[in-house]
Structures are given as C-alpha cells and as structure tokens.
Design a protein around this ligand. Structure first.
Ligand code: SF4
Ligand code: SF4
Length: 473
C-alpha cells in the first residue's frame, strides 16, 4: 500500500531515523540508574520474597492468584468481592501521576515507566557490546563483517535473555514463583504459562530493544493527556533561550551561552533538540541537563542553561528576577486533596474490613408459598464468606420480626426463630433457607426483613431484604 502524499507530492510520513543516545554522566543520570535498579530489582525479585501465612496458604509476599481468585499482599488477602480495593489502588496511582505531572512534568515517563526502564537497560547492553554513540553509528553503516555479526548476535542474544527473564518474572507474580521456575525449566509448566512467557518475551524484546522511543512518541496516549495537566508553573526540562541565544562559538563575545555543541541532542533518548522548546517527545529525563551542565563546567560558565524550570520561572529569569516556583496552586491542591481522600477511604476500609461476610438473595420463583395455618413462606439464598483458615459457626436471626420461623431448606421445620449456619474455612458456603411468617403480621404485599448474623466474637452482620406475600385488592 502506498503512503498518502501531501498535495505537493511529498510523503506525509517521515522516515524513522534511528536514535543513538550518547552516554552521559551527572546527577540526573545517577538518579536514573538508581530508579532503574530499584524498579528492575522489584520486578524480578519481588515474586521470590516469602511471607508466612500459616499452613495451607501460599507463602509468596505478593501473589495475584487468578485461579484461586485471591490477591495476596503481605499480610492482606483480597477476595473478588473486594475488587474496589484494586480500583482504589488504580485511582490512587492515577491521582499520584496527575500530581507528579502538575509539579514536575513527565517525571514518571523519564524515570519509572517500564518502557523507559527497559529501554535504558537495552541501550546499556547495546552500548556495552557495540560502544558509544559514534561507534554504534559507524558499526551500523559498515558493511557486514565477522566483527559486526558477532557484536549484533551478542547484543540480540543478551536482549533475548533479558526478555525471557522478564517473561518468566512476569508470570511469577501470578503463581508460586520458585515452583513455577522449576516447572518452566523442566518443561512441565502449562501451555498458558509458556504462552504468557512468550508474549512478555516478545513484547519486552520488541518494545524495549527495537521500538524504544517510538513507543513514547507514537503508541503511548500519556503525552497527549499530560498537556492538560501542565500549566505555566509546572517544572519541565527547558532550554533557557534568553541566555543561550544567539548560539555561537565560545570565543565569540557576541554569542549567547549555547556553543551549539549538540551534546544535549546526542544524549537525548528520544533524539530531539530541547532548544526547539518543550516537545511532545520529551520525557523529561533530564539527561540533556547533565550533558549541557558538563559542557558549561568545561567552559567555566554557569550551569543550568538547560534546567528544570517552569514557564513563569523562565520568564522571571529572563527579566533578571529570581525564579519563583509555585508548587501550591489550585490544581495541585485539588489532586492532593483527592489523593488524601481516596487514601483515607481505603485505609478506613482496610481497618474496618471483616473476615466474614453475608449476602442474602430472595428466591425469584416462587415469591412466596402459602402454608397451612394462614402462614406464608419465602425462600432465600444465604452466602457466607469466610476469609479465615478455620470453620466458624454463626447464628442467623431476623431482628425486626422475632416471630419469623427460620429453617434450612430441606431440613425438618423445627419452628425455631434462629438457625445455626457454619461458614466453611477460606471460601464461601451457600445455604438455601426459608422464613415463615403468619399472614396477619403483614400489612401489605411486602415486609422488610433484617437478617442478623452473630458469632465469631465479631460485630453482628446485618443484611436487609424483603418478605413477600399476596397483594389484596
Ligand atoms: S530533551 Fe532532554 S529531557 Fe527531554 S527527552 Fe531529551 S534528554 Fe530527556
Ligand atoms: S549542550 Fe548546551 S551548549 Fe551544547 S548545544 Fe546543547 S544547549 Fe547548547
């Protein structure tokens, strides 16, 4: 398929230019190494960390057990009906990202995003095997030789090794990691496990090794969204044009501070020139800050020609005023308040959560059954969830109608006003119960019932439902 063309005949697609980021040293590069090390260690090693939960329970500190429908997080255990905690964590992460972006621009993209972390790792390997920027450019331009083939093969082999390790580590978050590693190595894991390892291996290799900055520029929606979160007080990596322009040689007294050495462009992992202004491709990694600062130091000039600066701060500096930064402003207050509110709600929910739960569901058909003695009977499904490792016996009563006669369906109607229900350990026990009420106690077609579950030395669990009877004309 031919590419679309502009009216004057030029292609609307720009051919991809491979980026060869140059090595750089400096405080932001050190920070990036540190964040990269922490993120990779967390991802690869966390599935191996153990947490003793007692007999019969998984001992993996963080485990997303899809088959068992549980999420284990150190001492906490979440069930499917507590999915709102997972939603809460996602909302927290989103608000944290909003706040960080409003304060420091794309700091997430530049430092902790998995795409950045793995790309950095892959580029590090590439640099180690093929050399720094100019050596890699020369190697790519050179004709195929034994040396070139050896270097390329070594690089791709290590990349593949990292990708396979990433795929194995990923599935380790969803199963007992040491046992799964053993099964994967001995060819006894399931096809699903191998399928996910293959999927993650392929995506890691392609996204981190081949696509690299193109993921950030073309595939990721975040650069498009983040511009709505930035304002004139957000700190982003910016070139101080008022100080740098006009560019010229260091010996030229009429030139600005920028000596046009292109060091900032050569170290940029997305291959852009920050002197053209803050751009969609910029991930605020600050490597250009390190590069320019080292040039300025060599020239014995003030550093900070490229720096973290807000638009307002830059304007103030240009006017010879001290640059102000306003981290506290309407949008950051809003994000921080929402963050605290969601965190507070989650903390309260975690503190108050009970290991037992009761759900009551009225039978759909029949709504009621008429019994002898002008009594009516309704049926209910009662589900008892027990998140502990031992069975627990509870007493079920009806709080607002003590005269209701309860029975477990199928068992002899013993005309009792309370019944004993056992909640099996680590699971859900389902009972079909019936409730009978003299028709004279009903004022209309329905009567509210409040079921109360007592026991286990815990506060009563109360669930409201209805009792149905005939509607008289
Ligand atoms: S312009 Fe600077 S901060 Fe932006 S991506 Fe390139 S090196 Fe990183
Ligand atoms: S590194 Fe600094 S001096 Fe060199 S081109 Fe970039 S802005 Fe100019």
């Amino acid at each position: 398929m031919s590419s679309p063309t502009a009216p004057h005949g030029a292609s609307l697609y720009e051919a991809h230019k491979k980026v060869y980021p140059r090595a750089v040293t400096g405080r932001f590069r050190r920070l990036k190494w540190a964040v990269m090390g922490i993120c990779l260690a967390f991802f690869y090693l966390m599935p191996l960390v153990r947490w003793d939960r007692g007999e019969g329970s998984p001992d993996q500190a963080i485990l997303i057990d899809l088959a068992g429908q549980r999420v284990y997080l150190f001492g906490l255990e979440f069930w499917p009906q507590e999915i709102y905690f997972v939603t809460g964590v996602m909302v927290l992460a989103m608000l944290l990202l909003f706040l960080a972006t409003a304060l420091f621009g794309r700091v997430w993209c530049g430092y902790a995003c998995p795409q950045t972390v793995w790309t950095d790792l892959f580029v590090m390997v590439e640099r180690w095997i093929e050399g720094d920027r100019m050596e890699r450019v020369r190697l790519d331009r050179a004709a195929w030789s034994w040396t070139k083939l050896r270097k390329k093969l070594a690089k791709h082999a290590i990349w593949l090794g990292i990708a396979v390790a990433s795929g194995c580590a990923f599935v380790g978050w969803f199963a007992d990691a040491p046992r799964l590693s053993h099964r994967l190595l001995h060819g006894t894991a399931s096809m699903t496990d191998y399928g996910f390892v293959l999927l993650l291996t392929t995506t890691t290799y392609l996204l981190g090794g081949i696509a690299r900055e193109q993921v950030c520029t073309y595939m990721c929606p975040w650069p498009r969204i983040q511009s709505a979160l930035l304002d004139e007080h957000s700190r982003v990596v910016s070139y101080q044009a008022w100080r740098g322009e006009p560019r010229g040689k260091a010996s030229d007294p009429t030139a600005g501070a920028c000596v046009d050495c292109l060091a900032c462009v050569q170290v940029c992992p997305t291959g852009i020139d920050i002197r053209d202004g803050h751009q969609l491709q910029c991930i605020d990694c600050s490597l250009c800050v390190d590069a320019c600062d080292s040039v300025m130091r060599k020239l014995d000039r003030e550093t900070g020609l490229i720096r973290w600066e807000s638009f307002t701060g830059q304007t103030q500096r240009a006017a010879g005023l001290p640059a102000e930064w306003r981290p506290v402003r309407a949008r950051t207050i809003l994000y921080a308040a929402l963050l605290l509110a969601v965190a507070g709600a989650m903390l309260t929910g975690l503190t108050l959560r009970q290991p037992y739960r009761m759900d009551v569901l009225h039978d759909r058909q029949p709504l009621f059954v008429a019994l002898s003695g002008e009594r009516l009977r309704n049926g209910y499904v009662v589900k008892l969830s027990n998140q502990t490792r031992s069975a627990q016996v509870f007493t079920l009563t009806v709080a607002n109608h003590p005269e209701v006669v309860l029975a477990i369906a199928g068992e002899q109607d013993s005309a009792v006003h309370h019944i004993q229900l056992t909640a099996d350990p680590d699971g859900q026990t389902v009972y079909h119960i019936t409730a009978a009420l003299p028709q004279s106690h009903m004022e209309g077609g329905t009567e509210p019932l409040i079921f109360v579950l007592s026991g286990a030395g815990r506060p009563d669990i109360r669930v409201s439902d209805h009792f149905f009877g005939p509607v008289w004309p």
